[in-house]
Design a protein around this ligand. Structure first.
Ligand code: GTP
Ligand code: MG
Ligand code: NA
Length: 458
């Protein structure tokens, strides 16, 4: 498969930034995909992973060859998309913790906002090197679009007014704010020492302007400064489960990001399951076609015998029916080691999946990440939680909720994020006074709950 024989692994590049500043759109432009347009509520609510091979990076940044000459030794870049919505700080942290490098996306029409600052704190505390993509330059007053052109080329074609508008944002806002935060930043074309100064690359995810520059700077920086980090690690794989799903002919499979080590067909893997840790053997490994998002529908896969980090990979194995999306996943060298690892894994879910013996709402979500975000949201509102769990709404969820509803109507509710109601639960619901609030947009769920409980008081 792509690049697996070369010496350096692909750097993991995490895309961070405030909600709607254009993270997913930027990746869409690079991959020629349209993920952002299909997201529920226009927001990202899960982590995404996609590989951009070196050949594509070289092709896109070709026009810049004279200015930023790079010979690519890395096989490509593994991009991790993260949600910007404030409730998903858990997913941003997760992304930040596996990042070799980050792109901090800032909307030039908005400047730094709450989750921009949160991302800067995260990058600072984890010591993750990053660059700033100053996005949406097409929306600067007076900006003339030069689709897909390098920023350096497009900039030369701009009026004095547009140039001044860009300078105002870059120096008046970005450079000033970052210096207050202890970072030296500068337009990438003016930087002499990239180890001391954070590069600002003006881009437009809409017109493609600046994308050549972004990729050239990114590839150059990661392979030049992270070389030692990028030597293939020979150890057993560590990863993260993004999604659990049914795949035709394969049964239940898991889509994962492998961020460290190697995973091979036949390896023992350990991950969290609904009824405790799962220890099983890899039956097959499937790599998504380059440039496709692992999570996207219609992604094509290729069977491989081994996968080196960093990669997004689909794993088929027995006993994955109860696997938990959002769990860590490890390759173990022996069954004893697998048992040891399963103890570490258990602590990961303990606070998240629970059934308390008190009156409270029921929360059902599709992944550990979204469950965590919802628990956090309802805790902030001081709403007690009886059950927090992953998966579809079951009959027992309805029975639990109806017990509560009899004592306290406003807590007799099931909050369901991106999950279905099982048929036997439907039947039970019909003769209960349990309220189900079902939505696949997190802030709508919370708003709907607030409205419903307010109405009860009237
Ligand atoms: P979250 O994942 O929800 O945090 O958002 P995001 O950062 O991924 O932003 P997204 O890609 O969803 O874009 C938000 C909106 O901005 C969409 O309507 C995009 O079409 C628009 N947008 C993104 N980049 C650009 C840009 O460069 N120019 C213009 N004009 N619009 C953009
Ligand atoms: Mg997004
Ligand atoms: Na968005």
């Amino acid at each position: 498969p792509q690049g697996q024989t070369k010496k350096l692994r692909q750097p993991i590049v995490v895309v961070l930034g405030h909600v709607d500043h254009g993270k997913t759109s930027l990746l869409d432009k690079i991959r020629s995909t349209a993920i952002a347009a299909r997201e529920a509520g226009g927001i990202t609510q899960h982590i995404g992973a996609s590989i951009v091979p070196s050949a594509v990076i070289e092709k896109i940044s070709e026009p810049l060859k004279k200015i930023v000459p790079i010979k690519l030794a890395i096989p490509g870049l593994l991009f991790i998309d993260t949600p910007g919505h404030e409730l998903f700080s858990n997913l941003r942290k997760r992304g930040g913790s596996i990042a070799d490098f980050a792109i901090l996306v800032i909307d030039v029409t908005k400047g730094l906002q709450d989750q921009t600052f949160e991302a800067i704190d995260l990058l600072k505390s984890r010591k993750v090197p990053f660059l700033i993509a100053a996005n949406k330059i097409d929306r600067l007053p007076g900006w003339e679009s030069n689709p897909d052109q390098p920023f350096v080329v497009s900039y030369q074609n701009q009026s004095r007014r547009a140039k001044e508008e860009l300078e105002r944002v870059i120096y008046g806002i970005i450079v000033t704010k970052f210096s207050e935060l202890g970072f030296q930043t500068e337009l990438y074309t003016k930087i002499k020492d990239f180890t001391k100064t954070v590069a600002i690359v003006p881009v437009s995810a809409k017109t493609g302007e600046g994308i050549p520059d972004l990729l050239a700077v990114l590839a150059g920086l990661t392979q030049q400064y992270l070389k030692n980090r990028l030597i293939f690690a020979e150890g057993p794989a560590k990863g993260s489960v993004l999604e659990v799903k049914e795949a035709e002919g394969l049964g239940t499979v898991i889509d994962t990001i492998i961020y460290d080590g190697i995973i091979r067909v036949g390896d023992i893997i350990v991950l969290n399951g609904k009824n405790g840790p799962i220890i099983t053997n890899v039956r097959s490994l499937l790599m998504p076609a380059p440039l496709s998002d692992l999570r996207a529908k219609g992604t094509r896969f290729v069977n491989v015998s081994e996968v080196y980090a960093a990669a997004g990979v689909r794993i088929a194995a027995p006993d994955l029916e109860n696997a938990l999306a959002g769990s860590s996943i490890y390759v173990a060298n022996s069954v004893e080691e697998a048992n040891e690892l399963s103890k570490t894994l258990q602590s990961e879910v303990k606070e998240l999946i629970f059934k308390a013996d008190k009156d409270g709402i029921i929360i059902k979500a599709d992944t550990l990440g979204t469950l965590e975000a919802l628990i956090e949201a309802f805790k902030r509102m001081n709403i007690p939680i009886r059950v927090a769990d992953i998966g579809n709404i079951s009959k027992s969820d309805v029975l639990e909720a109806s017990l509560t509803a009899k004592k306290n109507r406003s807590l007799g509710v099931i909050i369901a994020f991106n999950v279905k109601i099982l048929p036997e639960a439907e039947a039970e619901l019909a003769n209960s006074n349990v309220k189900v609030i079902q939505n696949n947009i997190i802030y709508h769920l919370i708003e709907e709950y607030e409205n419903w409980s307010e109405n009860l008081k009237r």
